[in-house]
Design a protein around this ligand. Structure first.
Ligand code: GLC
Length: 558
């Protein structure tokens, strides 16, 4: 048995064994679409909203609950659209507002919710507010919406403080008139001053604009960054991007950000239909991260600790326990995520070649067995590896350029093992366009080429090639998501019961269900925990004992 379904009892997908308040997002599987790399509907080599709409049936068939779309707003694309020049308009590269409305309606028609990105920490340097600020003088009111400061040193030639950009280099750029402005990311992404009353007002209006258009929520970019402490104190350490997520930093996770999230929660709740906010937040501890999902704040926060965890049973168990404890303490669901558009794909992080793929498939089943909500990144359902040999001239990630061609420590913030070494911080390799069908590039991505070249060997990885193959990663994901809807012990809930297991093996129970994960590079024998319903690798014949293959995860009904 590799991953065929066996008979399982039907239950309501929203059944809630814990008696917690229902909420679609508590156990939703949400699929991240990196728009420029998903599907090209107009033949210019860049993915767009029309392309996403045409490919929605793939997502419906996969069995996800919602789609998160990365920024498609008007932008000079200095950071893949995370540099927004007009928050209420679609960049012509991706379509227009009618395409956005049509996509939301089509997704709803297929039972899929739609979450869009909002980027409140910074604007583009081409945003009308920053153009006015740049054209103004030191001290003028237009500069008050950003963080402008005089420099240090006798002639002000030194940056105002020692903050470093997440992408490398100083977080400050000097204008010809001598003033410096703050950008925690690229110089084309000036940080907004949220203490200026027009900034929160403007963003409340932007949220309403998209909620009125029908979106079901927002992924809040850099949700931990909007508030800076008075006086902008020095960090006092170098390589600051490497400290993100483990050390307190003056420019991130300030208590004041929570007031903003509270006001956004009130706004979301003023709309019907359970609209949600999910924080992309980096905080030094799980407890600090859980503050973003207190009952009057956002609904979810990405759990990057799980993403960063190496393929090691003891470490994974620690992260799972810590994550569940922290969110349970505030009544929120935990989220699980293995890959996104900022990190080396997990198939490559876990090791190159077949071992990486085995582990990636197993990790996906583990993630989908845990209580809470799971985020999938486009292409992981195909088992796509990181593309590690892109020519430098084609790379577009600003982290690559600012990191001196090596990427930036914070650009691909992962604890990557040696197989992925050299790719951390290089974010183009996980953004290569999706292969849909056909024997050669662009594999059905669009009628022209693809904005980043796809490898020659991807014919066997296309959606078409994997469909119907019971051993394929795509069919494994489809089977897992289908089971997640029908097995009552999967999805909602907030705890797991750990079962005794040999070192290197994880075993936990949930109501009516057991999950086993063998992280070792060799098979192990276990007492049969139940009836196998899905496995990422072939489980041995059952007796009183059963052999579990190396680097695999198995779901058991009990
Ligand atoms: C977030 C995004 C990343 C972007 C950065 C700046 O971390 O995920 O892609 O570069 O914010 O907006």
């Amino acid at each position: 048995m590799t991953h065929e379904l066996t008979d399982v009892r039907l239950a309501s997908p929203s059944s809630n064994a814990t008696g917690r308040p229902a909420g679609w997002w508590r156990d939703a599987v949400i699929y991240q679409v990196y728009v420029r790399s998903f599907a090209d509907g107009d033949g210019d080599g860049v993915g767009d909203l029309r392309g996403v709409r045409e490919r929605l049936p793939h997502l419906a068939r996969l069995g996800v609950d919602a789609v998160w779309l990365t920024p498609f707003y008007v932008s000079p694309q200095a950071d893949g659209g995370y540099d927004v020049a007009d928050y209420r308009a679609v960049d012509p590269l991706f379509g227009d507002l009618a395409d956005a409305a049509g996509l939301v309606a089509a997704a709803h028609g297929l039972g899929l919710r739609v979450i869009v990105d909002v980027v409140p920490n910074h604007t583009s340097d081409r945003h009308p507010w920053f153009l006015a600020a740049r054209a103004g003088r030191p001290g003028c009111p237009d500069r008050a919406r950003y963080h402008f400061r005089p420099g240090r040193g006798a002639d002000g030639a030194l940056p105002p403080n020692d903050w470093e950009s997440v992408f490398g280099g100083p977080a400050w750029t000097r204008l010809p008139d001598g003033e410096w402005y703050l950008h925690l990311f690229a110089p084309e992404q000036p940080d907004l001053n949220w203490a200026h009353p027009e900034v929160p007002e403007e963003f409340a209006d932007i949220l309403r604009f998209w909620l009125d258009l029908g979106v079901d929520g927002f992924r809040v970019d850099v949700a931990h960054g909007m508030v800076k402490p008075p006086g902008l104190p020095d960090v006092g350490a170098a390589e600051q991007a490497t400290l993100i997520g483990s050390q307190p930093l003056p420019f991130f996770d300030q208590d004041g950000v929570h007031e903003i999230h509270r006001s956004w929660r009130r706004l979301l709740d003023s709309y019907g239909g359970e609209r949600i906010g999910v924080a992309e937040a980096w905080a030094p501890t799980s407890e600090r991260l859980a503050r973003y999902v207190r009952p009057d704040e956002l609904h979810q926060a990405f759990n990057f600790r799980f993403l960063n965890c190496p393929w090691d049973a003891a470490r994974m168990r620690e992260v799972i326990d810590e994550s569940l404890a922290a969110t349970t303490a505030v009544g929120a669901p935990t989220t699980w995520v293995l890959s996104n558009h900022d990190v080396v794909r997990h198939r490559t992080r876990y090791g190159s070649g077949p071992q990486g793929l085995c582990r990636a498939r197993a990790a996906a089943l583990l993630m989908l067995a845990l209580p809470g909500s799971a985020y999938l990144y486009q292409g992981e359902e195909l088992g796509l590896p990181e593309v590690t040999d892109l020519p430098d001239a084609l790379r577009q990630d600003p982290a690559f350029r600012r990191g001196g061609g090596r990427g930036a420590a914070g650009g691909g913030r992962t604890d990557a093992p040696s197989e992925a070494a050299g790719q951390e911080g290089l974010r183009d390799g996980c953004r290569v366009p999706i292969p849909w069908d056909g024997a050669r590039a662009p594999y059905g991505f669009g009628s022209a080429g693809a904005w980043l070249p796809q490898p020659a060997g991807w014919a066997g990885l296309t959606v078409a090639a994997q469909t119907g193959d019971p051993h394929s990663t795509l069919e494994l994901y489809r089977a897992a998501l289908e089971l997640r809807r029908v097995l009552p012990g999967l999805g909602a809930g907030d705890g797991v019961e750990w079962l005794p297991a040999p070192a290197g093996v994880l075993a936990f129970a949930r109501p009516g269900f057991v999950c086993t994960v063998n992280t070792l590079g060799r098979p192990v024998e276990l007492p049969v925990p139940g009836r196998p319903v899905l496995s990422s690798g072939p489980v041995g014949p059952e007796g009183p004992m059963v052999q579990i293959p190396a680097d695999s995860c198995t779901w058991w009904a009990i």
